[in-house]
Design a protein. Structure first.
Lengths: 155, 139
């Protein structure tokens, strides 16, 4: 078995474009660190239920992705941004986006990962992953929305 | 054709349904359910001709569902629509009796191709067995 690898920007762009049917762009940023502001975290675990990877997104980006997948109205989107968290159907929709992203973390000869959960904020175990593992930050454009996404993989 | 869609994501069920409608397949009725237990509950009421299921669902997984159906002698064609794409999981799905495994995200062309192959296989099997023509018989 080889170790996991961080998603390639072009693979991410293709995934977002095909899944969300939105013009999408993904650029790798030179700096990789936990973004400031309101964040949403997707945690990925292995078959032993050990946290191995995470994707931390700007709230605005998570809301945009969830809205696009679920064809959610502008009012629901605006409410999520006003409340500073993603919840309800919008959370369910973003969870599915995060679930599909797991396909980029898996691959031949790599230990299998699956989505564990999606939470508002950045849990302590993910902060630990950011301190000790590999990371790559992206600027993601989904239609008119642009935001940051940080992918983390355990060392 | 009666299609039963099982996925814990409502948005994904909508996408599968929308994609089914974009194919040239004759879809008579579609039922969406959020988990494997709901599939089991609908097997005798809805009588699906095809099950399209996610792999990872809360409670019973899609693969456990398929294995249980086959253990009980149910041969309803079963396709996975999932993020799981490793050769090992694909092999496990086929060994368990899945007709196909389609990886998310997917498009109408690929979904239509996969289901058309299932339809063709059933038609050929029915013809070989002098069975009632396609979709004419219920299990």
């Amino acid at each position: 078995m080889t170790s996991h690898r961080l998603p390639d920007p072009e693979d991410l762009r293709t995934l977002f474009r095909d899944l969300l049917e939105l013009p999408s762009s993904v650029r790798k940023r030179s700096v990789a660190s936990l973004p400031a502001g309101e964040l949403v975290t997707a945690r990925y675990i292995d078959d032993g239920d050990v946290l191995v990877a995470a994707c931390v997104a700007d709230l605005e980006l998570a809301v945009a992705a969830g809205s696009a997948l679920g064809l959610v109205g502008a009012q629901v989107t605006a409410d999520a941004l006003r409340h500073g968290e993603i919840r309800g159907p919008l959370l369910d929709h973003y969870r599915e986006v995060a679930n599909v992203v797991s396909s980029l973390l898996n691959g031949p000869k790599r230990p299998h990962l699956r989505l564990s959960d999606v939470v508002n904020g950045v849990p302590d175990d993910v902060v630990g992953l950011a301190d000790s593992g590999s990371q790559r930050q992206y600027t993601v454009g989904l239609g008119p929305t642009s935001g940051r996404l940080l992918a983390l993989i355990a060392a | 054709m009666r299609v039963l869609i099982a996925d814990d994501s409502r948005a994904m069920r909508m996408i599968v349904l929308r994609t089914l409608r974009q194919t040239s397949l004759m879809i008579d009725e579609v039922l969406e359910v959020p988990d494997a237990l709901a599939v089991l509950a609908e097997m005798t009421d809805f009588l699906p001709d095809l099950i399209l299921s996610d792999w990872n669902m809360p409670g019973m997984s899609g693969i456990a569902l398929l294995e249980l159906l086959r253990q009980n002698g149910d041969t309803t064609p079963f396709g996975f629509i999932t993020v799981e794409s490793s050769p090992a999981m694909r092999e496990r799905a086929i060994d368990a009796g899945a007709a196909f495994l389609l990886v998310k995200p997917f498009d109408a062309e690929h979904l239509g191709e996969m289901i058309s192959e299932v339809v063709a296989d059933i038609a050929a099997s029915n013809a070989a067995n002098n069975a009632v023509p396609y979709w004419g018989a219920r299990r």
